[in-house]
Design a protein around this ligand. Structure first.
Ligand code: AMP
Ligand code: MG
Length: 403
């Protein structure tokens, strides 16, 4: 059996980044830049006022109070085309372009107006309340580099920088195929010996969370012909994720049937719990990730291996798999597989947050999985551990989206 590091290495080294595509900047949230975003305009594009007040020549108002003649007005979007000469000023509002001749702003609270005679009561520093051209960034500057995952703030920045159509990595297209005679699609009529194919919908959501597009291509029955038939619908997808049928039970057909259909096997079986039976390979241009069917096993293996596959396709450098926490309760020794225990993660007064594994860890327990914040990772053969010991935790926070 492979270790998870070996399995992750195989996935990462086996999968190259996808081609790129152009999208409009307004659709860029969560997309991975394939090219740098370089400002085509400066921000602000010309000197503007940061306040409501009067645009003056600082040299005119060294001694205050001083009286100036107002000769015009510069509201945002309405530049005053005149020139502010000695003894003159212009009314100005936040965002209004600084008129030529003026060099500083006196805020309106420090003035008195009587007709077009303005009394300046406070002497401004040279350049006060003026945002010079390019204060934020100048045209030509590289603002966001290729490989960056666009945050909501980046989207605004790119638009301000003049970006319109931007080149990003195409989203991985993931086909999701559930297997099993006992499962039916959500909403379909059900016998008592059947269950809802929750994996069909959860996997679509996992794919989306990771920055990919997930499409359910239905359910294959536990018959070779049924699997073979469904496989045709995976054509053109970047990854086919199957759930169920991955182990060696009589009805577990994924490996044998796809083997006949040209599967080039990368690996099978990983020394982890949940998730031991796991198939990675490719059928032509489509990668295959064969996950176990128990919903928690499907979820945990998606969080680790589907994530790695999607990251490779998007050209994202992988972050650390785990962080440190302190155990919230005693644990017995661990066996021969790396164990991923569903756990609560809470802030604590100590140096690290506290991770408390749930009592029951059955891989069918979806309510506990949904209620978990992290997975406590226990090494192969780890001895019993005490509350307060440092452990590794995999946080279940993977969204590609950031504010
Ligand atoms: P398998 O990996 O096919 O042996 O399935 C293991 C367990 O997961 C069985 O109890 C299945 O009923 C369940 N299971 C398999 N596929 C799904 C699915 N798509 N949604 C929910 N549970 C599933
Ligand atoms: Mg099955």
């Amino acid at each position: 059996m492979l270790s998870i590091e070996e399995a992750l290495d195989k996935i990462r080294s086996g999968i190259a980044p996808l081609p790129t595509e152009e999208i409009f900047v307004s659709d860029a949230l969560g997309r991975v830049l394939a090219e740098d975003i370089i400002a085509t305009v400066s921000h602000p594009p010309q000197a503007v006022s940061a306040m409501d007040g009067y645009a003056v020549r600082a040299g005119d108002v060294v001694e205050v109070p001083a009286k100036l003649k107002q000769i015009g007005e510069a509201a945002a979007g309405h530049k005053f085309e005149g020139e502010v000469g000695p003894g003159e000023c212009a009314r100005i509002f936040t965002g209004g372009a600084l008129p030529s001749g003026a060099d500083s702003i006196v805020i309106q609270e420090d003035t008195d107006a009587s007709g077009d005679t303005i009394t300046i009561k406070e002497a401004p520093k040279l350049g006060e309340w003026v945002r010079p051209e390019g204060l934020d960034f100048a045209a030509g500057k590289v603002l966001l580099s290729a490989g960056r995952i666009m945050t909501a703030r980046d989207v605004g920045l790119a638009a301000a920088a003049g970006a319109t159509w931007i080149r990003v990595r195409r989203r991985p297209r993931i086909a999701i195929l559930s297997t099993g005679d006992e499962i039916v699609m959500p909403g379909a009529p059900m016998r008592p010996d059947q269950i809802v194919s929750s994996n069909s919908v959860a996997l679509v959501a996992y794919a989306q969370t990771l920055g990919a597009e997930g499409t359910s291509i239905g359910i294959a029955e536990d018959r070779p012909e049924s699997l073979r038939e469904r496989l045709k619908d995976a054509t053109g997808f970047d990854i086919l994720v199957t759930s169920g049928g991955a182990s060696v039970g009589d009805h577990d057909l994924v490996q044998s049937v796809f083997g006949d259909e040209g599967l080039e096997l990368g690996f099978y079986k990983i020394a982890m719990r949940p998730g031991k039976p796991l198939i990675f390979g490719n059928i032509g241009h489509t990668y295959l990730l064969g996950l176990p069917g128990n919903p928690v096993s499907t979820g945990v293996t998606s969080a680790i291996f589907l994530k790695a596959a999607v990251e490779s396709m998007l050209g994202i450098a992988p972050g650390p798999l785990y962080q440190a926490a302190r155990l919230g309760r005693d644990l017995g020794p661990n066996g021969k597989r790396l164990d991923f225990m569903r756990a609560r993660l809470e802030p604590s007064d100590s140096d690290l947050p506290t991770a408390t594994p749930f009592d029951r860890q059955d891989s069918s327990m979806m309510a506990a999985f949904a209620g978990a914040d992290c997975l406590v990772m226990r090494e192969i053969g780890a001895p019993a551990a005490k509350a307060g010991d440092i452990v590794k935790v995999v946080p279940l926070e993977f969204s590609i989206l950031k504010f």
